[in-house]
Design a protein around this ligand. Sequence first.
Ligand code: ADP
Ligand code: ADP
Ligand code: MG
Length: 651
Amino acid sequence: MFRKILIANRGEIACRIIRTCQRLGVRTVAVYSDADADAMHVDCADEALRIGGAAVSDSYLRGDVIIEAALKTGAQAIHPGYGFLSENPQFVDQVEAAGLRFIGPSATSIRAMGLKDAAKVLMSDAGVPVVPGYHGDNQDPEFLQAQAARIGYPVLIKARAGGGGKGMRKVDSAPDFQAALEGAVREAEASFGDGACLIEKFIDTPRHIEIQVFGDDHGNVVHLFERDCSLQRRHQKVIEEAPAPGMPAAMRTAMGEAAVKACHAINYSGAGTIEFIVDASSELRPDGFWFMEMNTRLQVEHPVTEAITGQDLVEWQLRVASGETLPVTQDQLTINGWAFEARVYAEDVESGFLPATGTLSALSFPDGVRVDTGVRQGDSITPYYDPMIAKLIVHSDTREQALQHLHRALQGTHTAGSVTNLRFLSALCVNDAFAAGQVDTGLIERDLAALTASAAPPEEYVAIAALGALGLSSPADWHQGFSLWAPLRNTVLLQDEKANIPFDVSVVVKGKNRYHIDIDGNEYALEVHENSFTIDNRHTITARVITGQTQVHIFGEETYTFNTPDLLLSHGSDSDSSDTITAPMPGQIKVVAVASGQSVKVGETLLVLEAMKMEHTLTASRNGIIAEVTVEQDQQVESGAILITFEIQDA
Ligand code: ADP
Ligand code: ADP
Ligand code: MG
């Protein structure tokens, strides 16, 4: 076994690899970009080296700098994780030329599978079923169109160098073919510098089922069964599971054998995944699957396989790369129970799944679930890398239990500081077709409206949020409410973050921890306890309330986030003595009332921001001198943008 390895990656996968290394007593070297200087993977490793600027081309793709870092720190091998340099055969050559071991397959194996067309020819020659199509060199558009006609519409045009769903176009009939081809070629050239395409039969009602494989340097190959990754959005995986629902034993055997055959054909060593497309238009059948591509690396969703087999695939990678034989034989591997993985992302589902950024002012996970993450509370999701927050992996005896477990785990995951896809993932857990195991790659798109619907929050949650906004959501806050307000009444404007619905709420203090709340004319009596609220003496809602500068988060059975447009500025919050004034929400600067060098008193108007069709006055949170005003009148600003800085105060 290695004494020390370098991990040429970041985020959750770097942290996950480090965990196994620690258990095995292998020392770890992390590398980081300027944007990741304080990242979790840097903290977890034994040593860390800066490799360059935030852009991936300046850091995580700099093979030369990474190899130099490995040599300098005395690492014996490099683990590439997934993405970045993991499937780059030139990098493998360079690692080996430097006298280091690449923890992954040989450059020759990676090359054999690197281009989808050549891989398909190779697989078909090896007797592995391949989707009918044209995988040759002739790229003449008329010729390709003739091939599409021969194969029969609908067809799929795919970039041979493709990955991550890019350079792919489905074509339903001949008149659309040329425009689709042009689009695929353009996208492929831009993304991969290679415009060559193949044409494939589009499999109707497709399911994505892949086989985890593993080989060693001694000619052994095993498979670790299947994963179903059919829940996809734009060809990107959303929730994965193992085993695959409805998989007949004969088909599992046939797919496993085909995958092992594929590995022998290229003398494969290390972890790999053979992706198959499966015809799910009727029952699954042993001759209804076709090779799509091989990923010659550890896969994002490998934890579901670890859960059902009880194996640690990163440990296997380390053992195999250090020359050992595979730790088990095929007949020692069995499937135990059912596992799901959900990918939690910082993304704005309502506005078309746009990637989001932000500082995670709250981040907590429930017990009893495996969490693979690369961020901690207080860390930021930056625009430079994949906006994944965490993978939640659950494992239970049956599929039904595992799915319930996943749903609870998602509901128990509390985040603040960025929008996330948590609600969308929760909605998927209770989708009828998914619950019944009737999955196919079109499920999400078909049910998208229902899966992304943002229902109005229940008014009881609005009432709790109003208390949160006024700093009254814990029993200990009562005295504050009592003494601060002469008439014991206050009003607050809340806006549901998802549904964008405004609520005008009035709160009257009725006595110790008891409040009367009026939401647009509907009245509620609330009693506040530690992490729970009794409504109208009738029922109790358990919920955690986090009040930030501009938002209130209610973590109950569901999570609700409310913007607090009018209060952000007038009310005290954790950043009272802060040296910066930041934009509480996206908007336009209407008035700049101060200039740098000016001395201001607490409460004095600094800026007026127009957002959500209202003007918001940003006032000084403390006495001090303005160091810099970083915005101008009429400027558009992002939420969280720094607008004004104060001169630092001596403590
Ligand atoms: P997988 O099943 O492993 O997701 P894909 O081929 O569908 O396989 O996608 C892998 C994708 O992961 C890459 O195309 C890339 O966009 C993304 N990726 C690459 N590096 C990272 C990383 N460090 N963290 C998260 N995602 C990454
Ligand atoms: P990538 O390298 O981008 O991951 P893949 O070839 O693995 O490309 O295909 C990505 C996804 O596209 C699959 O998971 C599946 O949902 C869909 N897909 C690929 N080939 C077909 C096909 N022949 N018919 C129907 N859907 C397909
Ligand atoms: Mg793929």
